[in-house]
Design a protein around this ligand. Structure first.
Ligand code: AHR
Length: 505
């Protein structure tokens, strides 16, 4: 059996985990909203048309914030279309995803859904076809208490109290030619700055996210970040990162190493932010909102996206049927985010329902969990407090794009309030289990509460409508602790959550 050693030390803290690192995303895209979270004639619909079965699965995921309404969608969106009496709302050609948008769900409905899902809203404004005016009016509509045109309009629409939306994104992926209203870095930097300024004049308590590159492979990365921040540094609080990974070549060991590339991406953006900080002689620290990340390629590869007819009202696109190896990379990506939690303060798994999502719904039928649901649920429920720096000595391998990939990927969190440690660990090895000795320096008198294991006899297995519980985690992991040395057996190709708590005297 292969062996690895990991040292954690109570004193070696990466940073406080901001719970918003476990955020998610819902766009008006495909069946995310319509027949996803909202299906008024479904037997499980509540009085507002929201599916209660979906709400239940979202609540269990423990998602603290959800980005809305896009995505590419937002760059052609008029938020005013989605307020007021539903029968008066316009049907529009939605150009980003070539669908008919009925506007049955708009800002107020989404805020209401978020309350029911125990979450909060991260709102994106349209900097594609629109700009300063629409954005400042939306902040006024959502956050101003009353006595002005837009705040009173909200009250007329039945919402006396302001929504108090705290986090706002300044457009989406404006560096991409596919974006409605695509801009150069200078064009975007200028409009983002002026919009940010005025939005903060309406409500100084809000936090703003500048749109970073659509991914590390963009030719303008990281110059884009440097220029955009040069324009906006004093006004924004975060810069966004987006990345999706796939395995079209069916090279599993290369695929599950892609979290290393994600870490490089994060480190480069941190360096770029800090370069601008130095250039401006600023004391302010801008942080990261990794507000789109996931695995995305199955639907595209299977030609499912292309087959859909354009201009349908409800058009299924990007519905990924995830397989077990995807869950392993998702686990590694969650660990990557936690390993940089000193600067990654928010992150959104993209997306939440039906579209590249951990939850799938059947129209008129069941809602079920994709395999990627579980690592996310574990991290969002147990990964709180501070993250501890992992010192890892693990056997390594080389793959097509990576050298020296450690078979073991790990991070731990320590929840001081509850005196609980959670060790997250992935064994990337497809062939062999691994014995890992975790030395927990500074932690005396802890006991193992449970060792959750997520493994599968077939890495291409997933959960389906007919077999919704085909691949689920179990609690039969092998972990024991002696003094402050935790010894765990990590089964081949597995995601592990080892929870420890202080022994009662
Ligand atoms: O999440 C799906 C799409 O991916 C979003 O609309 C866009 O921002 C990204 O390219």
């Amino acid at each position: 059996m292969k062996k690895a050693k990991v040292i954690y030390d109570k004193e070696f803290v990466i940073g406080q985990v901001d719970k918003r690192i476990y955020g998610s995303f819902l766009e008006h895209m495909g069946r995310a909203i319509y027949t996803g979270i909202y299906e008024p004639d479904h037997p499980q619909a509540d009085e507002m048309g929201f599916r209660k079965d979906v709400l239940e699965l979202v609540r269990k995921l423990n998602v603290p914030i959800v980005r809305y309404p896009g995505g590419n969608f937002v760059s052609g969106y008029n938020w005013e279309d989605g307020i007021g009496p539903k029968e008066k709302r316009p049907r529009r050609l939605e150009l980003a995803w070539r669908a008919i948008e009925t506007n049955e769900v708009g800002v107020n409905e989404f805020v209401e859904w978020a309350k029911r899902a125990n979450t909060s809203v991260m709102m994106t404004v349209n900097l594609g076809t629109r700009g300063i005016d629409a954005a400042r009016n939306l902040v006024e509509y959502c956050n101003f208490p009353g006595g002005t045109y837009y705040s009173d309009l909200r009250r007329q629409h039945g919402y006396q109290q302001p929504h108090n939306i705290k986090v706002w994104c300044l457009g989406n992926e404006m560096d991409g030619d596919w974006q409605i209203g695509h801009k150069t870095a200078h064009e975007y930097g200028r409009i983002a700055r002026e919009t940010a300024k005025v939005m903060k004049w309406v409500d100084p308590s809000i936090e703003l996210v500048a749109a970073g590159s659509s991914g590390p492979k963009m030719p303008t990365f990281p110059e884009w970040e440097a220029i955009v921040l040069d324009h906006t540094y004093d006004l924004v609080d975060y810069v966004s990162l987006h990345v999706y990974y796939g395995n079209p070549e069916k090279d599993t060991m290369n695929f599950v190493a892609k979290s290393l590339e994600m870490e490089e991406f994060i480190k480069t953006v941190i360096s770029t932010i800090d370069y601008v900080k130095a250039k401006k002689r600023s004391k302010k620290v801008v942080n990261i909102s990794f507000d789109e990340w996931n695995v995305w390629y199955h639907a595209h590869l299977e030609g499912k996206d292309q087959k859909a007819e354009p201009w349908a009202q409800i058009r299924a696109i990007a519905e990924e049927d995830y397989v077990f190896e995807d869950a392993i990379l998702v686990g590694c990506m969650l660990i990557a985010l936690l390993k940089h939690c000193d600067r990654v303060k928010m992150a959104c798994m993209a997306q939440l329902v039906n579209v590249i999502a951990p939850i799938t719904t059947v129209k008129g039928g069941i809602a079920y969990r994709q395999v990627i649901y579980y690592p996310f649920m574990h991290a969002a429920n147990f990964g709180h407090g501070v993250a501890l720096l992992p010192k890892v000595n693990s056997p390594k391998y080389d793959s097509k794009d990576f050298t020296d990939v450690p078979y073991i990927e790990t991070v731990a969190t320590y929840n001081e309030e509850k005196d609980e440690i959670t060790v997250f660990a992935v064994n990337r090895d497809l062939e062999e289990e691994m014995q890992v000795e975790f030395k927990l320096d500074g932690f005396e008198g802890f006991e193992v509460v449970e060792h959750i294991v997520y493994e599968s006899d077939d890495i291409y297995k997933g959960n389906t409508q007919d077999k919704p519980d085909n691949v689920v985690p179990h609690k039969g992991g092998n972990s024991r602790i002696e003094g402050n040395v935790l010894t765990s057996i990590l089964p081949k190709f597995s995601w592990n959550v080892i929870r420890l708590k202080k022994k009662e005297n």
